[in-house]
Design a binder for this molecule. Structure first.
Ligand code: BGP
Length: 477
């Protein structure tokens, strides 16, 4: 058997795309709650107030808040060992600035974790997955304000203390490296004070974004340090959007351009979070882009003390980088490059590259040598029900099968892989477009782009396939 017997098979979700109940039981608005729906063609908007004539998909999402028991039972039926989910910061601290937490919010996650436990499922919790309290954007321009570190620490201490016996795997920030790209300003750094408009047209303030990222690094390190001091049984991880790029041609200019791209997009954040210091190549990048990070005495020490125990990644696609003119750009989750002639794309233009996963896992392990976990992977696709009323998603099965095969190859290569939680195990709202039509799940949810649907759940063909995969510990694909 290639994979270890305690391999963490499961699935992944994020509160803002999944829970709904956006203003129920004292919850406050997060940045994601201020985002309207969009599509592959029409970008979603972020607004400064809620407009009655627009649709905000996170507000109901697929209502995990009221369906969690049934949903977790379905995960258990597939044999999940692990469920990656996030805690909605604004359920616990509605504006991020309260001194006391919202008890009703805390009780909800008690119920969720207890339910996981009853089914023998280990929760893997992302502390902040695109759910920054919107009040912190209004007050501090999001993470650009150093004050937000204290707000975050109050939140972390509250949930660590409360759930110390229920959760042991934690990830500090989802796809922290999206902050390196302009789009990350909306979902991650929240450096969009006063901005209303399409999410892809936010005036880019690099200085604010990188200063915000510095604060996120500190916050992550402080959370790890606190956990280590108080709860040594916790496993603390980072979460990186690993969208590898290849040089399009062997032209040394392309090779260098690709190296620089890889450095700043996929390596930069994990170099800080795993190695505990800014990498050597950051200085030149900052100089050439007019970025000056304000550091305070002690910051370097905090980064050094707060390095993570394990590395996690999302992996969907790869792209190419070239210095040559006229190449076709590819779509992608925040990071994009140009089209690779050897690869096919999903309906949303994300280039499918299973072997790139083996390559990426090897590259990461060679660099850091710590345990790793693939905490997102999957195919966003249009699903239609067949005559028998079931979604026959052979395309999704093919995608996942090929990625699992390559993951196993990486393990044979010697990579230390802890688990695999494909994205959106139950259909949920798309992060990039706000659509429902872009589905990833093993479980279909009757909810549609116009907001209609009775929210009922149905097993897709991939549900039964994945159950067998887990049962056979990845031997039967
Ligand atoms: C990652 C995010 C997830 C998720 C996924 C799929 O970037 O961490 O939140 O949504 O991508 O992306 P999308 O929903 O845009 O298809």
């Amino acid at each position: 058997m290639v994979l270890s017997k305690d391999f963490l098979w499961g699935g992944a979700t994020a509160a803002n795309q999944f829970e709904g109940a956006w203003d129920v039981d004292g919850k406050g608005p997060s940045v994601s709650d201020m985002c309207t729906n969009g599509s592959a063609k029409e970008p979603k908007w972020v607004t400064t107030s809620i407009h009655a004539d627009r649709l905000y998909p996170s507000h109901e999402a697929v209502d995990f808040y009221h369906h969690y028991e049934g949903d977790i039972a379905l995960m258990a039926e597939m044999g999940f060992k692990c469920f990656r989910m996030s805690i909605n910061w604004t359920r616990i601290f509605p504006t991020g600035m309260e001194s006391e937490p919202n008890e009703k919010g805390l009780e909800f996650y008690d119920r969720v974790f207890d339910c996981c436990k009853q089914h023998g499922i280990e929760p893997l919790v992302t502390i902040s997955h695109y759910e920054l309290p919107y009040a912190l954007v209004e007050k501090y321009n999001g993470w650009a304000g150093r004050e937000v570190i204290d707000c975050f620490m109050r939140y972390c201490k509250t949930i660590f203390d409360r759930y110390q016996h229920k959760v042991k795997y934690w990830l500090t920030f989802n796809e922290i490296n999206s902050s390196v790209m302009p789009l990350g300003a909306v979902l991650n750094t929240g450096t969009i004070q006063g901005y209303e408009g399409p999410v892809n047209q936010v005036p880019d303030d690099k200085q604010a974004r990188f200063q915000a990222l510095h604060h996120m690094f500190l916050a992550s390190a402080l959370a790890v340090r606190y956990a280590r001091e108080h709860y040594p049984h916790f496993h603390m991880g980072n979460m990186n959007l690993f969208s590898a790029s290849y040089p399009l041609t062997p032209d040394p200019d392309d090779v260098l351009a690709n190296q620089q791209n890889m450095n700043m997009t996929v390596w930069f954040c994990s170099d800080v979070q795993v190695r505990g210091a800014y990498p050597y190549y950051a200085d030149r990048y900052f100089r050439e882009h007019g970025i000056e990070i304000q550091m305070e005495p002690g910051d370097a020490e905090i980064l050094k003390q707060g390095t993570v125990d394990f590395y996690t990644l999302s992996y969907y696609m790869t792209s190419c980088i070239t210095t040559h003119e006229g190449m076709e750009a590819t779509a992608g989750n925040i990071i994009a490059g140009c089209t690779n002639p050897y690869l096919k794309s999903s309906d949303w233009g994300w280039q499918i590259d299973p072997k790139g996963l083996r390559y990426s896992l090897n590259e990461i392990y060679a660099r850091y040598g710590i345990p790793m976990m693939v905490v997102e992977n999957g195919l966003g696709a249009y699903d239609e029900k067949g005559e028998d009323g079931m979604v026959h998603d052979s395309y999704r099965i093919d995608y996942l099968r090929q990625h699992i095969e390559q993951m196993k190859e990486a393990v044979k290569d010697g990579v230390d892989l802890m688990g695999y939680t494909p994205w959106g195990c139950i259909d949920l709202v798309s992060a990039s477009t706000g659509e429902m039509a872009k589905r990833y799940g093993f479980i279909y949810v009757n909810k549609f782009d116009d907001g209609t649907g009775d929210l009922s759940r149905e097993r897709k063909e991939s549900f039964f396939w994945y159950k067998k995969v887990i049962e056979s510990n990845g031997e039967e694909l």
